[in-house]
Design a protein around this ligand. Structure first.
Ligand code: PGA
Length: 251
């Protein structure tokens, strides 16, 4: 059975006091969960304190971005080995906010994915289409290009050490969730494309859905056969909502 994963993406939110309160509640709220994995991807400066807080709990942690370069004169960047120093398990690569606001193209995202895996981090590779692309009927083509960029650089087998997050851009932070059927269609498309290259990698790949997952819609999304959890933005900042979403994995 493939692994299910709910990961919180705090984005640029939080402060020490709020984070501690949030994590105390989350740790207590998910302590009884079996089989399902829970993680939080937090802003860089908080990673050390999150590590202290989450060590010896069943919640993992990670970054929201990482440099494709190992080290050197890259002012403002953070390397994969730095994230490893603080025992991160995951790192998000290619989030649509990175792609659109910070101009990360498929090539850069693929390089970050490879750098993450080389350091022993599990990349959470985000893919997804804009509203215009969906309306123009190019969703599958866009997703295929985003996945292919990674597969051609790292090989299809690399996906056995990665998570994919399907995040339609029109659903992120908008309150407009993809319907379970809409999401399932794209998840099945992703899995089928990978299965054509390696059936067992496809079968075991965790594919999360992200984009306005909330406490009241998580269960129906996670009930779809190819949706293996979620990448959660806004709702990951509200402990009660995030806990409910984590529990929805087991229903
Ligand atoms: P959202 O964000 O849940 O606030 O829509 C999801 C994401 O950007 O990962």
């Amino acid at each position: 059975m493939r692994k299910k994963l709910v990961a919180g993406n705090w984005k640029m939110h939080g402060n020490l006091a709020e984070n501690n309160k949030l994590l105390d509640a989350v740790v207590a709220g998910v302590s009884g969960l079996r089989d399902a994995s829970v993680a939080v991807c937090v802003p860089y400066p908080y990673i050390p304190s999150v590590q202290v807080k989450l060590s010896d709990t069943n919640v993992s942690w990670g970054g929201q971005n990482v440099s494709q370069y190992d080290k050197g004169a890259y002012t403002g960047e953070v390397s994969t080995t730095m994230l490893k120093d603080f025992c991160c398990t995951y790192v998000i690569v290619g989030h649509s906010e990175r792609r659109t606001i910070f101009n990360e193209n498929n090539k850069i995202v693929a390089e970050k994915y490879v750098a993450a895996q080389n350091a022993g981090l599990i990349p959470i590779l985000c893919v997804g289409e804009t509203l215009e692309q969906r309306e123009a009927g190019t969703t599958e083509q866009i997703i295929e290009e985003q996945i292919n960029a990674v597969v051609s650089l790292a090989g299809v087998d690399s996906l056995s050490k990665a998570v994919v997050a399907y995040e339609p851009i029109w659903a992120i932070g908008t309150g407009k969730t993809a319907s379970p059927q809409q999401a399932q269609e794209v998840h099945a498309f992703i899995r089928k494309g990978i299965a054509a290259q390696n059936a067992s990698v496809a079968e075991n790949l965790t594919i999360q859905y992200g984009g306005s997952v909330k406490a009241n819609n998580a269960a129906e999304l996670f009930a779809m056969p190819d949706i293996d959890g979620g990448l959660i933005g806004g709702a990951s900042l509200i402990s009660g909502d995030f806990i409910t979403i984590c529990h929805a994995l087991q229903n």
